[in-house]
Structure formats: structure tokens, C-alpha cells
Write a protein that binds this ligand. Structure first.
Ligand code: NAD
Ligand code: UDP
Length: 330
């Protein structure tokens, strides 16, 4: 891989989980700004197609590897983003022990790699560290309400342990670690069958099937478009001094699941009905980020409203469904 552009040494950045939904957009943004990118992914939920546009790029390299196994990298690394971990509840619950090991052992491995390289480190944590929150909106100093023995614990507690590791490496002066607490994010490249609400609703609406609302649909989430999130991740990685504390990244607009169903039906023009199904165990009732810290420390806030982001995502789902249909017909 060419690690310099016109004689100037450029940043070399490792993105773990770089073939996933968010990770692939982050790889695109890093390549666009001139970095050399090493994408490490085991393809447990990610897809080669997500990074196919970068396939032959001279500053892009893809390594198939499971981060719960240690790894060595020859190039000198400047930054490591750790996004490796399935994010969709049905997906991370399908292999719960592996999910936990990915967050705990995987983060420890990547922090060790960062220490070896003197690289800055950013951990993709989650609003799930707040569990089913009793504080609303959620601020970073809220310690959360997580059921440590429930079906979501493999994800929530894994991410909490990963945060603890980051702050220990930071306190010990071993790694310049930063932690983003990401709230529900959506956009192109979500997999239609990954079980997350926006991808599921769009897929169902475009297919004219009923939208599956869990519970009474009055639970809320706050949805951030992926380009806004990527901008927040880049700013958090580079801001000086290190905030030394987690930073919420999300869109404070709060919507019920019923409202989202209506927006997706309007946006797709679909005649789909809605069916009500049982609420999954430990499903959080309300979620909305307080982004005061991100505004103060990063000068960041989301700029893409939900209706606009939904239109972009619906367009992408339409185009990719057509392309897949064409491939099947060939
Ligand atoms: P995703 O499932 O699309 O991407 C995760 C990527 O990590 C996939 O490419 C997957 O193959 C890879 N991966 C998983 N386990 C791995 C392992 N052991 N070794 C190597 N690669 C592995 O999910 P996403 O939505 O892109 O989320 C990216 C990150 O952001 C995750 O860490 C997730 O926890 C965090 N996050 C996302 C959201 C969201 O709404 N998208 C919200 C909160 C946090
Ligand atoms: N949800 C739903 N129908 C679906 C998928 C999800 O009603 O087909 C609900 C789910 O119960 C939750 C919300 O939508 O209350 C967000 O779910 P998602 O899995 O996208 O994210 P998370 O629960 O991790 O925030």
C-alpha cells in the first residue's frame, strides 16, 4: 500500500468493523480526506460489497480477521477506530458469547495494538450502556439501568466493559483512547434483513408487506443519519485535548415506533398495513441523547433531519433491490 501522497506522509488508519454499515462510510470518509485505510473485518455482519467501491484503491487494504484474536500490523498506525461488533439485536443475540468476546477481548487486543503503535484510539460504544434508562434525555454522567443477565447483556455489558478498558488504558497513560456513545444510526448500506427498525420497515414497505411494530409502538428512539455520525466520530478522534470522558453522538429528535412506521409508509408511498407483535425482552422504553457535551467539545451536532435521511435511505434500498434483482435474473 502506498503510504504517502506526493511525498507527504499521510495518516494510516485502521478501521475494525470497516466492512459494516457505519464502518464502510467511515472508510469512505477517511479515503476521501487522503488517509491510508486498513479495514479489518470478520464479515460476521459486514459485507464485502460495502467496501467494494474501495477494492482497488491504492490507499485501501482489507484484512479478514476476527478481532477477538490478536493481530499484528506492519505499517505504522496513527489511528484505530474500533467499530467491530454486530449492532442489530437479533444478530448480536444469535452468537451472544462471541458478541461479548468481540467487545471485551477484541477491544483489549486493539488497545494493545494502539499502544504498540502509539496510535490514537476511538471506541464505538453505544447508548445501550444506559440500558432501559430512568433518566431522559440521557447525559453521559448517567450510569444506566442495564439488566446484566438478560438477552441484551452480551452487547450492553460487553460495551460497558470495553469502555472500562479504554479508560484504564487512558488513565495508565498507555493509549490516547476516546469513547463515542452512539445512538441509533441509519442510512444506506444497512442490510434489509438485519432486524433493525429502519432497515426492516423500509424493506417491508417496499415489498408491500405489513410493518412489524413490537409492543404498542409507543417506545421511542432517536435516529441519526450516518454522515452526521461519521463527522462526529472523526471530530472526536482528533479533538485536542482528549475529552477524557465518553461523548454521546446521536440526533436528539425523538420518535415513537408508530411515528416512524407512518414516516416510512409516507416516504415509500407504500400501502403496507401495520401488525403489532410482542415487545422483545428488555427493550428500552425511551431513548434520546443529550448532546450538550458533543456541542461544547466537538462543535458537532447532526444536520440531516429524519425525513431527509429516510428519503436517502429509501432511495438506496430501491436501487440496491433493483441491482440484486438484476443479478438474480442474470
Ligand atoms: P454492523 O453490524 O453493520 O457492523 C459491525 C462490523 O463489525 C461488521 O462489519 C462485522 O462483520 C464486524 N465484526 C463484528 N464482530 C467482529 C469481530 N469479532 N472481528 C472483526 N470484525 C467484526 O454495525 P454498525 O451499525 O455498522 O455498527 C458499527 C459499530 O457502531 C458497532 O460497534 C456498534 O456497536 C456501534 N453502534 C452502532 C449503532 C447503530 O445504530 N448503527 C448504535 C450504537 C453503536
Ligand atoms: N422494532 C420494531 N419492529 C421491528 C424492529 C424493531 O418495532 O421490526 C422496535 C424495537 O422493539 C425497538 C425499536 O424498534 O423498540 C428499535 O429497535 P432496533 O433493533 O432498531 O434498535 P435498538 O432496540 O437496539 O435501539
Amino acid at each position: 500500500m502506498d503510504a504517502s501522497v506526493r511525498g507527504r506522509r499521510v495518516r494510516t488508519v485502521l478501521v475494525a468493523g470497516g466492512a459494516g454499515f457505519v464502518g464502510s462510510h467511515l472508510c469512505d470518509a477517511l479515503i476521501a480526506e487522503g488517509a491510508s485505510v486498513i479495514c479489518v473485518d470478520s464479515f460476521v455482519t459486514g459485507r464485502r460489497a460495502n467496501v467494494a467501491p474501495l477494492d482497488n484503491h491504492p490507499r485501501f487494504r482489507l484484512i479478514e480477521h476476527d478481532v477477538s484474536e490478536s493481530l499484528a500490523i506492519d505499517e505504522e498506525l496513527d489511528e484505530i477506530f474500533n467499530l467491530a461488533c454486530a449492532a442489530s439485536p437479533p444478530r448480536y443475540q444469535a452468537a451472544p458469547v462471541h458478541t461479548m468476546m468481540t467487545s471485551v477481548v477484541g477491544t483489549a487486543n486493539l488497545l494493545t495494538l494502539a499502544e504498540e503503535h502509539g496510535a490514537h484510539f476511538l471506541q464505538a460504544s453505544t447508548s445501550e450502556v444506559y440500558g432501559d434508562p430512568e433518566q431522559h434525555p440521557q447525559r453521559e454522567d448517567y450510569r444506566g439501568n442495564v439488566n446484566c443477565t438478560g438477552p441484551r447483556a452480551c452487547y450492553d455489558e460487553g460495551k460497558r466493559a470495553a469502555e472500562a478498558l479504554c479508560f484504564d488504558f487512558l488513565r495508565l497513560g498507555r493509549v490516547d483512547a476516546r469513547v463515542a456513545r452512539i445512538f441509533n444510526t441509519y442510512g444506506p448500506r444497512m442490510q434489509p434483513d438485519d432486524g433493525r427498525i429502519i432497515s426492516t420497515f423500509i424493506y417491508q414497505a417496499l415489498g408491500g408487506r405489513p410493518l412489524t411494530v413490537y409492543g404498542d409502538g409507543e417506545q421511542t428512539r432517536s435516529f441519526c443519519f450516518v454522515s452526521d455520525l461519521v463527522e462526529g466520530l472523526l471530530r472526536l478522534m482528533r479533538v485536542e485535548p482528549n475529552p477524557g470522558a465518553p461523548v454521546n453522538l446521536g440526533n436528539p429528535g425523538e420518535f415513537t415506533v408508530n411515528e416512524l412506521a407512518r414516516l416510512v409508509r409516507d416516504g415509500t408511498g407504500s400501502p403496507s398495513s401495520v401488525v403489532y407483535l410482542p415487545l422483545p425482552e428488555d427493550d428500552p422504553l425511551r431513548r434520546r441523547p443529550d448532546i450538550g457535551r458533543a456541542r461544547d467539545v466537538l462543535g458537532w451536532e447532526p444536520v440531516v433531519p429524519l425525513t431527509e435521511g429516510l428519503d436517502l435511505t429509501i432511495d438506496w434500498f430501491r436501487v440496491s433491490a433493483r441491482a440484486n434483482g438484476d443479478k438474480r435474473r442474470r
